[in-house]
Design a protein around this ligand. Sequence first.
Ligand code: MFK
Length: 523
Amino acid sequence: MSFIQNAPEIHDPYESDLHLKKAIKWLLQKDPHKSEIEKDLKRFSKRIMSEVHSWAMEAEGNPPQHIPYSPWGKRIDEIKVSQGWKNLDALSAEEGIIELGYNPLNSTSGRIHQFLKIYLFHPSSAFYTCPLAMTDGAAKLIQVFLKREIGSAEKEQITNAFEHLTSRDPEKFWTSGQWMTEKTGGSDVAISQTRARKMGDHYELYGTKWFTSATTSQMCFTLARIEDDQGDVIDGSRGLSLFYVELRNEDGDLKNIRVRRLKDKLGTKALPTAEIDFDGTPGTLIGKPGEGIKNISHLFNITRIYNACTTVGSFKRLLQLAEDFSEKRVAFGKKLSAQPLHKRMLTEANVAFEKCFALTFFTVDLLQREETAERLGQSNETTSKLLRLFTPLAKLYTAKINMIWTSELLESFGGAGFIEDTGLPRFLRDSQVLTIWEGTTNVLSLDVLRAIQKEQALEVYLEEISKLISGDSHRAEIEKRLEKIKDMANSYGDDLEKWQYHAREFSFELCETAIAAIRPLAF
Ligand code: MFK
């Protein structure tokens, strides 16, 4: 009889994850809701195994289609998605994937609970986590603006949107896009060209957005330049303003939005990503004119944390599959798991994973701490500065390290890792986007500099890490690393070019040093 290799299998993501169980002790050590959260994660994990994963596979196998015209010639720009994708949308509402982060009753650990669920969900979500990331970012942005003085019409619209975005009712639940990227713009959002023309009490938007993820959403936040009475606009970042846009009218037709085409991407095949034209689309100005980038940063600072969290979710799933395979595959007379070099590779992959996980959930914990303090009316300035710094750090580090290990782990399946219908190559294709989305490694390294220069984030970083290692046996070693960071910073001095030239290695040094302090606490 011919030989048939046993395939690697997905295990229950909660039950099989010893890292997660240890990390829960770290993250929820004093939380009165710990056992409820564990129970919910356990139940959700079983649901992932029993139904969610198969919806994701269905969505992956049936990518979205753009239908520009109805059979009778009406321009409709329908984006047809699979039933699996629709089920993932309803599930996200039911499971409170967004609501958990905003329900004041969850004030001590709602964010941690939420991100642990995202971590479990992501590898079986067909990247439904992408619209969820932007939805959460939009809810956060609205929450920030509802605390400010804004006009009653804006307030009414965004209050209504917030209720939809944070709903647990699938019928009411909305997702949001974050449509920033233009042909000219890319990472350099400040050279975007979309214009906003004042028409009575609202604006009309004109321009092309070159990548719009989650084009099936009900709303988006976007950026445009407001024309003055002569039709002139202010160039550069100070000319961009933030707009809230509801995409469809009551009949479900797009409001003067044309879908040019869906993008033909390397990965994230189930996720609708499109080029769109605004052609007189009504938009509501949010915040002050000219503060668009600063205002939308409330949104993208959340999606960057999602990027890190989904990256560790993906890393874990591939690692679990590789470990399972190493128990099933026999070569050179022994299981792979018994081969010293293979064992070493898996051990090193586990260490790399732990480092990514620790950095990510330290950042999630900062978000939790910042929001809890805010709810209780306590001072949270230090936490906010730390969060401002750790958000780009966690995003850039996890995406890059995961990319390296995804390639290595695929290699551990031999030729099977290169064969599409094993489902394995998808990990490599999908991981690549995580280094690009929400700012490339270089752009985020420069954002680390922005946090250091504008928020004095390096000082609070040095203090925080010193505090964390006070009882650590590796204290001397980490103190040496902190000295190295100070030396690096001193050697760049006031030379901006030098800071920029070294921004990546400096960011990675900040990550590695922080991880050396955090990892022993987490595991
Ligand atoms: C499953 C995983 C989920 C992931 C979701 C995936 C969704 C995919 C959708 C996308 O990929 S959308 C596209 C993502 N694109 C980006 O993330 C853009 C990348 N480029 C940058 O981040 C640039 O650094 C940036 C556009 C912000 C540079 O803008 P500027 O205007 O050239 O920089 P400037 O002048 O330094 O900043 C303008 C203001 O914003 C300043 O404030 P002030 O007005 O008070 O001086 C900055 O301090 C502020 N700012 C910039 N970045 C900030 C920020 N504030 C807080 N946090 C930040 N990160």
